[in-house]
Ligand binder design. Sequence first.
Ligand code: AMP
Length: 112
Amino acid sequence: MTDCLFCRIVRGEIPVARVAETEECLAFRDIAPQAPVHLLVIPKAHFGSLEDVTDASTVGAMSMLAQQVARSEGIAASGYRCVINTGVDGGQSVGHLHLHLLGGRSQGWPPG
Ligand code: AMP
């Protein structure tokens, strides 16, 4: 998608702090971190949200990259939270599927 913010990040048109990538996915630091470690893991291909995904491989690849960067960021042992906000009630503000990886502090429950 030409004008999608995260597609532009994938193409390198908008600078971000890239942390890791695979053939399918990219992990970079959230511009407005909500925890000491706050990364976004996105598929390089465009999906508007989780609702647009039709097979298990996309979310599987995102989850494996989240696990990898949780380890490289040093939060795997203490724990972390993965969140995929979906749609209006889910609080999704960017229309490209993304997984928030949050860690480095204790997470509250239930989320707001
Ligand atoms: P959501 O509200 O779940 O759609 O999350 C979108 C996330 O994208 C928010 O946490 C934003 O801070 C983050 N974000 C928006 N623009 C950028 C950007 N240019 N670089 C890094 N993170 C961004």
